[in-house]
Design a protein around this ligand. Structure first.
Ligand code: SF4
Ligand code: SF4
Ligand code: FES
Length: 248
């Protein structure tokens, strides 16, 4: 059975905009992205929205629904009552391009700042051997679809433009942790996690974990272990001595 859903959608661009009200048909089993597409098809052909897979796997339909960072294609209409006004706005942490589309290039810049996987010199292809336990540990982090919802929700940058330069955000601190946990990676990661990527600004509120559509335990399995590794390096005398004698 269809019903008239009440939507409030942010319309505008980098120069400004506002919320506009629409009434759009919603059918059983639909998601918010279906309604946005119907709105586009029937009333607002110029409404800008980014999407690709409609299956929660490309990470491109990220926006905010009732102020919560969400994938539009994975947010079921059945989670709202029929008389509820559903507000859809662009991700707040990134600059708006138009309507629901934001410029997420901050994230690509942060990705480029992380030194890529660095195996020991002279190690040849075919000599890369890892234990299954080490493979399993990073497997969780590799599920990331780069939707940047965790980056959007993190309070360190959400309302603090001034922190963006010194803070990589949860997605990329998780990448640093993943590489630091890799048994074949020999790059220095722990000092730079603090000094270059801003690990110290994270106060483990777990908001990033709460919004991750892949249910990655970003805080518990990446950020907290990375903080512990940094502390070990600086304050554990045995680790300190080991670091002096051996590279890892
Ligand atoms: S746990 Fe850290 S990275 Fe995640 S939202 Fe909180 S402050 Fe940001
Ligand atoms: S860690 Fe989760 S929330 Fe963050 S970018 Fe990856 S999939 Fe999205
Ligand atoms: S359209 Fe691909 S994740 Fe939503």
């Amino acid at each position: 059975m269809g019903y008239d859903a009440k939507f409030r959608v942010w319309r505008g661009d980098a120069d400004g905009g506002d919320l506009q009200d629409y009434t759009v048909l919603a059918n059983d089993g639909e998601v918010v992205l279906d309604i946005i597409h119907r709105l586009q098809a029937t009333q607002t052909p110029d409404l800008a929205v980014r999407w690709n897979c409609k299956a929660g796997k490309c990470g491109s339909c990220s926006a905010e629904v009732n102020g919560r960072p969400k994938l539009l294609c994975m947010t079921r209409m059945s989670t709202f009552t029929e008389d509820e006004v559903i507000t859809v706005t662009p991700m707040r942490t990134f600059p708006v391009i138009r309507d629901l589309v934001t410029d997420v290039s901050f994230n690509y810049a942060k990705a480029r700042e992380i030194q890529s996987f660095t195996p020991p010199e002279g190690l040849k292809a075919g000599e890369y051997r890892m234990k299954q336990v080490d493979v399993a540990r990073s497997q969780e982090f590799r599920k990331c679809i780069e939707c940047f919802l965790c980056q959007d929700t993190c309070h360190v940058v959400r309302d603090h433009e001034e922190n963006k330069q010194n803070f990589a955000g949860p997605r990329f601190l998780m990448r640093v942790a993943e590489l630091d946990m890799h048994p074949l990676d020999v790059a220095e990661r722990r000092d730079s996690a603090q000094s270059e990527h801003g690990l110290g600004l994270c106060n483990i509120t777990k908001c990033c974990t709460d919004v991750c559509p892949e249910h990655i335990k970003i805080t518990d399995n990446a950020l907290i272990p990375m903080k512990e590794r940094v502390v070990d390096r600086h304050y554990d005398p045995l680790v300190w001595l080991g670091n002096k004698l051996f590279r890892r």
